[in-house]
Write a protein that binds this ligand. Structure first.
Ligand code: GLU
Length: 477
C-alpha cells in the first residue's frame, strides 16, 4: 500500500491484474510465480559535472522476463521515477509484447530527473553517462536489451544512446539495433514518433468494427461524432487526438494538461492547441475554449470516450465512481489502478487496456529493430516492381476499354493511387494496423468465449500469459 493514496503500489496493481487472470488458467505449479516476478533490477547512481558542480543521478533498468530475448522497453525521464514504477512498467512490457506478438521479453528503464530543468547539452552529457553505465553491463545491447523512448525522452536521447553504444562497440555491425525510436538519419524508421497514438486510433477503429462490443459500452454507431476527453497532449495523446479528430470524425471536447483543462463542445483544433501549449507552457488563457483550473475533475466529465494518455494511477479508487465515460482506452501505461478497475468493471465501463491500447509504440519499434538488423529500408526491393506490375494491369484495362464496344473509363485518381507502390511509412502503418486488429481479435475471442472473463483486460492478460507460459514450457521451464 502507498501511504498517500491508500492503494496498492503500481507494481502491486499490475500484479493484482495478472493474478486475477492467472487464477482462471491452469498453469503448472510454480510457473505463475515465475512469470509474475521481475527477474532483476539494476540501480545505478552516477555523477555528472554540470554548471560547475557534480550532480548525482539515480537510474534503473529492470528486466521483467527473458522468456524471449532481447528484452524491450522504454527509458523514462521524470522526477517521480522509482524502482516500483520501473518494475511495473517492465512487467507491462512483457504482457504487451506477448499480446502483439513482438518477439521480446519485457524491460524498462528510468532516470530520476526533470528533463525541463536541463538544456540540450546537459541532457546529452547525462544521457551519455547513463547509457555508458547500462551498455557496460549489457543492459543496452541489440541481442539482449533494446530501449526506446518513453515519458520525457524522444528521438534525441535515442540517437545519443545509439552513438554511445557504437563508440563502445566499434565492430558490432548491428550496433544501430541497440535502441529504437531513433531519428531517421540515425537508423530510425518512418512512423515511429506517431506510432503509439496511431495505435490508439487503430485500436478504437477495430473496437468500433464490432457492434456487439460497442453495445457493451452502451454506445452505438461509428467513431464519427463521438465526444472524446484526452488527458495529456504529449506525444501519445497528441497523435491519438489528431488522427481521431481529423480522420475519424471524433470531437475532442476536453484536453487536460498539467495546468488545467480546456473544453470546447464543438471540438478542439488539436494542432492549434498543441502549438499554444508549446509556446505558453500550458492551456491556461488559450483562446480555443473554456478553461477549467481543476484538470483532474475534468476526467469525470460527460463524454463517450476517455483517453488517459499521461501518467499511471490517474483513475483511482477516489475518482473511479465519478467517471462518466462508458469507454476508456488506456493510451498511457497503468492509468487505471487495480482498485479503480474493480469499481469501473462493476459499473459496466468498458476499458480497452494498456497492454493492448498503447502497444503501437513497441510494435513499430519491432519494425525498426528488424530494419536495423536487415540493414535495408522496408519496400526498397519491391516498390518499383510492384508499380511495374500495377502498370501492366492498368495498360491492359485501357486496351480492353479501347477495343470494347462499352465505353468505360477509370475513375479519377485511380491510376495515380493504384500505380504508386507503398513507401516505408505506408508499410509501417499497414503492419501496425494489422497487428492491432489481430491482437484485438485474440483478446475478443477470450472476452466473448470464456464464461468467467467479463473484461478486455483479463482477456488480454490471459492471451499474454498463455503465450509466455508456452514459451517457458518450450524451453523446459
Ligand atoms: N515506451 C514505450 C512503451 O511503453 C515503447 C517501448 C518500446 O518501443 O520498446 O510501450
Amino acid at each position: 500500500m502507498t501511504a498517500t493514496t491508500g492503494e496498492p503500489s503500481f507494481r502491486q496493481s499490475v500484479d493484482l491484474m495478472f493474478t486475477r487472470a492467472a487464477a482462471l488458467m491452469d498453469l503448472p505449479p510454480g510457473l505463475e510465480e515465475k512469470i509474475r516476478v521481475c527477474n532483476s533490477t539494476y540501480t545505478v547512481r552516477f555523477g555528472v559535472k554540470l554548471r560547475g558542480e557534480v550532480h548525482t543521478f539515480t537510474g534503473y533498468r529492470s528486466v521483467h522476463s527473458e522468456h524471449t530475448e532481447p528484452v524491450k522497453g522504454g527509458i523514462r525521464y521524470a522526477p517521480s521515477v522509482n524502482q516500483d514504477e520501473v518494475e511495473a512498467l517492465a512487467a507491462l512490457m512483457t504482457y504487451k509484447c506477448a499480446l502483439v506478438e513482438a518477439p521480446f521479453g519485457g524491460s524498462k528503464g528510468g532516470l530520476c530527473i526533470d528533463p525541463r530543468h536541463w538544456d540540450a547539452d546537459e541532457l546529452e552529457k547525462i544521457t551519455r553517462r547513463f547509457a555508458y553505465e547500462l551498455i557496460k553491463r549489457d543492459l543496452i545491447d541489440p541481442a539482449q536489451n533494446v530501449p526506446a523512448p518513453d515519458m520525457g525522452t524522444g528521438e534525441r536521447e535515442m540517437a545519443i544512446i545509439a552513438d554511445q553504444y557504437a563508440r563502445m562497440n566499434t565492430t558490432d555491425i548491428n550496433a544501430r539495433a541497440c535502441v529504437t525510436g531513433k531519428p531517421i538519419h540515425a537508423g530510425g524508421i518512418q512512423g515511429r514518433v506517431e506510432a503509439t497514438g496511431r495505435g490508439v486510433q487503430y485500436a478504437l477503429q477495430e473496437f468500433f468494427r464490432h457492434p456487439e462490443d460497442v453495445k457493451k459500452a452502451g454506445l452505438s454507431g461509428t467513431l464519427d461524432g463521438k465526444r472524446v476527453i484526452v488527458q495529456g497532449l504529449g506525444n501519445v495523446g497528441y497523435h491519438a487526438a489528431l488522427y481521431l479528430s481529423t480522420q475519424d470524425g471524433c470531437k475532442i471536447t476536453h484536453v487536460i494538461e498539467r495546468d488545467g483543462a480546456v473544453e470546447n463542445q464543438a471540438g478542439l483544433d488539436i494542432v492549434a492547441l498543441r502549438d499554444w501549449i508549446t509556446r505558453h507552457g500550458g492551456v491556461k488563457d488559450c483562446p480555443y475554449g473554456t478553461y477549467h483550473a481543476e484538470g483532474a475533475r475534468v476526467l469525470e466529465a460527460d463524454c463517450d470516450i476517455l483517453i488517459p494518455a499521461a501518467m499511471e494511477g490517474v483513475i483511482n479508487t477516489h475518482n473511479a465512481g465519478a467517471i462518466q465515460a462508458p469507454l476508456i482506452i488506456e493510451a498511457a501505461n497503468g492509468p487505471v489502478t487495480a482498485g479503480a478497475d474493480d469499481i469501473l468493471r462493476h459499473k459496466g465501463t468498458v476499458i480497452i487496456p494498456d497492454l493492448y491500447a498503447n502497444a503501437g509504440g513497441v510494435t513499430v519499434s519491432y519494425f525498426e529493430w528488424v530494419k536495423n538488423l536487415s540493414h535495408i529500408r522496408f519496400g526498397r526491393m519491391q516498390r518499383r516492381q510492384e508499380e511495374a506490375r500495377h502498370q501492366l494491369i492498368v495498360d491492359e484495362l485501357e486496351r480492353i476499354s479501347r477495343d470494347s464496344s462499352i465505353n468505360w473509363t477509370l475513375s479519377p485518381n485511380f491510376k495515380e493511387r493504384y500505380l504508386r507502390g507503398a513507401d516505408e511509412l505506408e508499410l509501417v502503418r499497414s503492419g501496425l494496423d494489422d497487428t492491432m486488429r489481430a491482437a484485438y481479435q485474440s483478446m475478443r475471442e477470450v472476452w466473448w468465449g470464456h464464461d468467467k472473463v467479463t473484461d478486455l483486460r483479463t482477456a488480454g492478460f490471459l492471451v499474454s500469459i498463455e503465450r509466455v507460459a508456452k514459451s517457458y514450457q518450450a524451453k523446459g521451464i
